[in-house]
Design a protein around this ligand. Structure first.
Ligand SMILES: NC(=O)C1=CN([C@@H]2O[C@H](COP(=O)(O)OP(=O)(O)OC[C@H]3O[C@@H](n4cnc5c(N)ncnc54)[C@H](O)[C@@H]3O)[C@@H](O)[C@H]2O)C=CC1
Ligand SMILES: O=C(O)CCC(=O)C(=O)O
Length: 634
């Protein structure tokens, strides 16, 4: 961790919406007016006044007095507010408690808020009570707020400037805040630099006049080469989450301070080529294609999270060649697909879709014709992986005979029978269910010829990938009666968002269940995926571990302790490790741990070194022939 400079700057920090995520007075009003019939209206009025003041659109003093008049609060409310504010300290200030404590002598809170709630909050993070400059309430005998200390310069227009003028700070002074009045400290010449703090709110008018936009306190500390909790501020690392991944994923990244953008739908190639340029981590589901062209535009990209099982939508090889690790959730939605397949199989074999549609049209057709039990029927699965094997167990429990064909040698579970060819499977099964992966070679695995090999009146299901089945051939097979019922969840061309319409030759066919690629879309699965994939991505980013990656050499690393960790990704050519070790030896660098894993394309070397290195050493490491990417963790 870089050390503090000899003459540390004086740091002036605003409180509301900077040190804490919220505005103290607004929250005090919300607490005090609990149960009041006009609560929402008054709280909103106070918030509007706060914003006008922050944006420099209203005289500060006028706004403050108006807010106090609206506020009907007392001492007990302040106590409640303090407990609340302690939970609302901005994440990056919380992370840097050590810096705040060690540098308390140079740090001042200068706020238009009130000492009564500011002091208890900031002193908990090691700051000095006598370095808090803020307003003070006036109370009546019952403890009700009846006004403010009018003598306090901070209650007047230009209060922060007057206060700074009286402080007479010598040396460098940096002001950090989200409001215009924080900028005015610099404008008046009492700060050398103004940092617009945008972790909680971003005010365009304030950002426009800033010397630097501090996306977090780590960002401020990084900009000034001061000691901090994050080697590189995560607020500078952009995460793009597409396709409406579960909100827990968003929270996982935000809690660590990443700059996260959340998009509900998928993006097409052109859009993605543009949007990906400044992105370091991207999260997608099945509809976003990360092609070679997209990757060519992705020069900051370090990791891709597929919030699903399939990764056929990603050019895994091109990603590896660029040193980009790809992770997925190989088991989180398996059960959801299996349950849907079981449900659909029963509905189809009983001809329930037709019956239900008839009922909606007012037709009562009570008959057993064409309705069967699944018990005793032969289920044939193409692909006996995670989903195929789970379905096999559940189908046997329903009394079905299970057959499977997998191109890889697989052990059968229960009484499932392996067959030796696709043709054999197609000819034996009453119900056929597709569970292969989406590799290119599986395009049109089931077409006209394959349907002709199936039993008459077969039930056919595809919950794997759209291109695996020739849709026109399936439509023909349904129309001819060869296929008595079908369920299809995945399509060669799927709408990118819920606003686009769905076109298919299967629309309107009898006893055909069509679902919008929701095999894995259950609350449980999505939440599990939302936890699992970010945990893999964060481990890779924070620790270097690539365990579970689908395209990267897999390494599970110990936690980093009192060392620097160098992560070196290179083309898998002979001699790279020897070259790296030569550089370590030449620079007298003490290695405390070293790990190497390769695959056919790339090598991944992780070296933990005792602290102390030079910029020249880092440069030499980066220049080793074959280096694809190099990064360093504390
Ligand atoms: N509808 C949905 O929402 C979902 C769809 N899926 C799809 O289901 C697929 C399967 O998932 P898992 O079982 O977890 O994958 P898996 O990788 O565990 O199993 C796939 C199996 O298919 C076999 N296979 C591949 N091509 C084959 C071929 N031509 N002939 C015979 N066997 C072949 C493989 O050897 C493997 O055993 C995923 O790749 C994904 O595309 C997965 C989850 C949700
Ligand atoms: O939920 C999704 O968007 C995709 C599910 C899927 O197809 C998969 O997990 O492979």
């Amino acid at each position: 961790m870089p050390t503090l400079t000899l003459n540390p700057p004086h740091i002036i920090i605003d409180f509301d919406s900077t040190f804490t995520k919220v505005e103290g007075l607004d929250e005090l009003a919300a607490i005090a007016l609990t149960g009041h019939p006009q609560r929402e209206k008054i709280v909103q009025e106070i918030a509007d006044l706060t914003n006008m003041g922050m944006n420099g659109e209203m005289s500060f003093s006028e706004g403050l007095h108006k807010r106090i008049d609206l506020l009907k609060a007392n001492r007990a409310n302040i106590e409640e507010l303090v407990s609340f504010l302690k939970t609302k300290v901005s994440d990056s200030f919380q992370r840097n408690k050590q810096f705040l404590t060690e540098n308390a002598d140079h740090i001042f809170i200068v706020s238009s808020g009130f000492k009564e709630f500011i002091i208890p909050v900031v002193t908990e993070l090691g700051l000095r009570a006598d370095h808090v400059y803020a307003n003070e309430f006036r109370f009546d005998e019952e403890g009700n707020i009846i006004g403010i200390d009018e003598e306090n310069v901070l209650s007047t227009d230009g209060g922060k400037i007057k206060l700074l003028s009286s402080l007479k700070l010598e040396g460098e002074v940096y002001a950090i805040g989200d409001g215009y009045t924080d900028y005015q400290i610099k404008e008046a010449g009492f700060a050398n630099r103004f940092y617009a703090f945008t972790e909680n709110v971003e005010r365009p008018k304030v950002v426009a006049v800033a010397d630097h936009i501090a996306t977090s306190f780590d960002d401020f500390l990084y900009d000034n080469k001061l000691s901090r909790s994050q080697s590189y501020p995560k607020s500078r690392i952009k995460v793009l989450l597409l396709e409406n991944v579960h909100p827990v994923a968003l929270r996982a990244f935000e809690e660590q301070g990443f700059n996260v953008e959340f998009v509900k739908g998928a993006l097409d190639e052109d859009e993605l080529c543009e949007r990906i340029k400044d992105v370091s981590i991207i999260g997608i589901r099945s509809k976003t294609n990360i092609t070679k062209r997209v990757l060519e535009n992705a020069n900051r990209l370090m990791a891709i999270g597929a919030f699903c099982i399939g990764t056929n939508q990603i050019d895994l090889e091109a990603a590896a060649e660029k040193g980009i690790a790809v992770f997925n959730a190989p088991y989180s939605n398996t059960r959801s697909v299996v349950e849907l397949a079981v449900g659909e199989m029963i509905l189809l074999i009983r001809n329930i879709v037709t019956k239900s549609n008839q009922m909606h049209a007012g037709i009562w057709d009570k008959s057993a014709n064409g309705s069967f039990e699944v018990r005793g029927k032969k289920l044939g699965m193409v692909g006996y992986g995670s989903i195929g094997t789970q379905l096999s167990v559940v189908a046997e429990a329903l009394g079905m005979e299970v057959y499977f064909y997998d191109e890889v040698e697989k052990l059968s579970l229960g009484n499932a029978r392996k067959v030796n060819s696709l043709e054999e499977l197609l000819s034996v099964a009453d119900v056929i269910s597709m569970h292969v992966d989406g590799r290119k070679e599986n395009a049109n695995l089931i077409g006209k010829r394959e349907f002709s090999l199936m039993k008459d009146g077969v039930i056919f299901m595809n919950l794997s990938r759209g291109h695996v089945v020739d849709i026109e051939a399936l439509a023909e097979a349904v129309k001819s009666g060869k296929v008595a019922g079908a369920s299809v969840d995945v399509f060669p061309k799927e709408p990118k968002t819920n606003d686009e319409s769905f076109e298919s030759a299967l629309r309107g066919l009898p006893n055909v269940i069509l679902t919008p690629h929701i095999g894995g879309s259950t609350e449980e699965a999505q939440e599990n995926i939302g936890h699992f994939v970010p945990s893999k991505l964060l481990e890779f980013m924070n620790n270097g571990s690539s365990y579970g990656s689908v395209n990267f050499p897999e390494v599970q690393l110990p936690k980093l302790k009192d060392s620097h960790r160098l992560l070196h990704i290179h083309a898998n050519v002979p001699g790279v490790l020897a070259k790296l070790n030569n550089i370590f030896a030449k620079n007298n660098i003490n290695i405390t741990g070293q790990y190497l894993k390769t695959n056919e394309k790339i090598g991944y070397v992780i070296v933990d070194i005792a602290k102390g290195y030079t910029e020249e050493f880092i440069q030499e490491v980066k220049e080793v022939e074959g280096t694809i990417r190099f990064r360093m963790l504390y």
